[in-house]
Design a binder for this molecule. Sequence first.
Ligand code: 8YV
Length: 317
Amino acid sequence: MKPHVLQLNPILVPAINDKLNELYTVHRLFEQQDKTAYLAAHGANIRGVITGGHTGITNAMIESLPALQVIAVNGVGTDAVDLEFARSRNLPVTATFGALTEDVADLAIGLILASCREICSGNAFVKTGNWQKNPHPGAIPLSRRFSGKRVGIVGMGKVGRAIAQRAAAFDCPISYTDLRHIAELPYNFVPDLLQLARDSDILVLAAAADKAQGIINAAVLDALGKDGYLINIARGKLVVESDLVDALTRGAIAGAGLDVFVDEPNVPEALFPMDRVVLQAHRASATVESRTAMGEMVLASLAAGLAGQRPEGSLTT
Ligand code: 8YV
């Protein structure tokens, strides 16, 4: 009999779904109308869970799955899983570290360019026929240069480093903050976030959100200043979203490129008309390449966990 696995988020790569269906009885909770009733009916059989980085799993759901042997996070953020709780139950939790680094860093650079150069409003200007109606070059305002701007990175893990490498190719001086100075990196370590914001034209959030909720507040945004841009490809909850909306509204910062939000898919509507604000629907890892590599890591974690082995890279066991 195939082991039963509970899947909390869709996987968008057909080959990964085919493999999951071949190896397991997959319970796709996101397809169920009455999730509570479904879990009550099937929870006792579930031996593996697949979830997304921002979805995670609640302790209550873990408790409702008495046969659970492994939680495979199809993402790198584990802030929505209580790792201490999982550890106390000797439950392996894995993430897909390394599989999505390049794509997340690429999108960060894309958001920097799109917000500084106002690519999306330029695109709309052409496609809506407004250029023809108003061909005067002054019909759209001048934008801002990216090359050479001072980039500050919050969180110098794999993704932060990949962003730094790319920004350095644009001749940007790089500074960063993290829990510690990382001696092997050729960038300027600034322990204080406010100071980093003061020293940056573009502040990029690439930190894990486990212990950093709300670190980007009005004071940090004021320090970034009226010509500064905020880029977030990490987690919405790193930012006090009302402070960000307020800073953009009063011109305390110039613009923002945001892939993540506090309460997805709900995004503050005040951001919609702002030309220097570029928004994405949590898409940084959403490429065929990343999602295939992530899916393969999930498959490997399930296989090991269900065989009673420690999955490679388990964060808890
Ligand atoms: C994904 C993410 O959107 O890696 C993460 O932590 O949030 C994203 O890459 C998500 O996990 C896809 O399931």
